[in-house]
Design a protein around this ligand. Structure first.
Ligand code: S3P
Length: 182
């Protein structure tokens, strides 16, 4: 089987949006940031979508657009941290895609979100004080789903370039293996 997509999954602040551009450039594929696509289609920001439609409304839109992107070829996609929650999303990613999970410790995640100017209001699910506690709790609840990736990389002590390199290596290795046994 030849992969037609690379999907990046993982919690907020693990570097998916940054990696998607570098990977797509290296592969000469298109880059899609699913959260940005959602904002474009809804003509609204993610916090506003959560306020107006609730988390369920956001998830419905997320699934619809994820399915749409899953039809495309030669594309690298950064998903939102909760995209793994729906079984149908996981199936759509797996159909023709290589799935890489970016991981980081909760403390690293909090630090990165704060550095990127991303206060909690950008991430509706991290609102309501004790952001570190929310990260620990949400991440633990999702960890079994993140672990289903084809490749998992611990990014805490790595530069973005190193992460890009490692994901590319893993992808190329798997593509070669899949190609030779097809
Ligand atoms: C979410 C993560 C966000 C965004 C939305 C919900 C989540 O994406 O999709 O706020 O459920 O973890 P990032 O992972 O890019 O922050």
């Amino acid at each position: 089987m030849n992969y037609e997509q690379v999907w990046l999954i993982g919690f907020s602040g693990t570097g998916k949006s940054r990696l998607v551009r570098a990977l797509a450039a290296a592969l000469d594929w298109d880059a899609v940031d699913l959260d940005k696509l959602i904002e474009e289609r809804a003509a609204d920001t993610i916090p506003a979508i959560f306020r107006g439609r609730g988390e369920a409304g956001f998830r419905a839109l997320e699934s619809e657009l994820l399915e749409e992107v899953a039809q495309r070829s030669r594309v690298v996609i950064a998903t939102g941290g909760g995209a793994v929650l729906a079984a149908s999303n996981r199936e759509a990613m797996r159909r023709r895609g290589f799935i890489a999970c970016l991981d980081a410790r909760p403390e690293t995640i909090l630090e990165r979100l704060q550095k990127s100017g991303g206060d909690a209001s950008e991430r509706p699910l991290l609102q309501g004080g004790d952001a570190l506690g929310r990260i620990v709790e949400l991440k633990a609840a999702r960890q079994a789903l993140y672990r289903q990736a084809d490749f998992i990389i611990q990014t805490d002590d790595m530069t973005p370039d190193q992460v890009t390199h490692q994901v590319l290596l893993a992808f190329r290795e798997r593509t070669a293996v899949a190609g030779s046994t097809a």
